[in-house]
Design a binder for this molecule. Sequence first.
Ligand code: SF4
Ligand code: SF4
Length: 386
Amino acid sequence: MAFHVMLIPSMDCPSNCSYCWGVDKESEIMSIEIVEETVRWLKNFREEPVTFTFHGGEPLLAGYDFYKKALPLLSRELSHLNPAFAIQTNLWLMTPQIAELFAEYHIPIGSSLDGPVEINDFQRGSGYYEKTMHGYKIAREKGLQVSFISTFTSHSIKLKEDIFHFFLENNLNLKLHPALPSLRSEDPDEWAISPEEYGELLIYLLDEYLENMGEIEIKNIDHLCKGIFVRRGVVCTYADCVGDTFAIGPDGNIYPCYRFVGMDEYVMGNVRDHPTMDELEKSKSLMSLREWEKLVDEECADCDYIKFCRGGCPYNALTMNKESQKMEIDGVDHQCPAYKMIFKEIMDRANKEFLSPSNMPMFPGMESNNQSKPSKPGVMALMLKR
Ligand code: SF4
Ligand code: SF4
């Protein structure tokens, strides 16, 4: 895994999405002093190139002045780490001034849109779609690259065809995210989709992707196919993220990932103390994730997909212990059945394609008379995609 630092300038967010439980309306905004301390911390921390992702809450709440100071600080003072930048934002607060600044630093934007306006606003709140599209237009006018994540919920999964065609017809690339059971609500499963539903959704999208090759990109499917081909995860979910990814909260606390920000038991240290990797390794937070890695090695040992799955995402393995009322990691990623379904589907198709008559000329002595090419691209085309 590459070295990745997520900066969380605020845990607040101006939108009010029904299935989101990660927002803290009382959150402070990160000060420039925390960015300066981050620079001091990272100066001698590691040698590899680093990617900084601004995440939230909603990171644009920090405002233009924050980025105007933070971006040159990080890129100038840490130039030996070749920093690259990215941001995950709902775009509501995008302005031409911010977009120009982001264009200067070649910052790709990830945003969120759950499909056509009626589906999106049902889940994310009235007016969300219009505000995001307004920001999208500003970002595109300044030449910024924007891709969208669509969260599939127990409601929207029934409308998957409408959502896929919305992205296809509007020339928008798609990344999907399954709504997770809330760790903090009375009815944790209200919006969540089951692993089986998620697996079926991925298989549906694989089919649609192959039908419409060249017209759309579905990032999750690309990542799954590429991971199988190179025999290692190419995104964090399917790779060992522990110890390579860090998130810094608004107050400078260091966590294993943005998804843990605000959970006291997962604080690893604070940037003001400039902790070494050895010191972080001794934190309860990192020790419990190292235990999880051992658990994956045991529980997934016999799985055919372990090399390019690695037990999935440790955050997805968290559950609430009803007795202690504490979050605990008690197994592998709860989406495991979904991963098994889609890995099996891709590998079965790849094996079939590999042994098909049109591929036989690759093997001396096994030439086939049937020289016809497959009528539509198969998964091998996705595996070999650059
Ligand atoms: S905890 Fe999950 S989302 Fe975060 S870096 Fe690890 S795999 Fe990715
Ligand atoms: S598919 Fe399931 S069992 Fe296999 S490596 Fe992934 S999490 Fe482990």
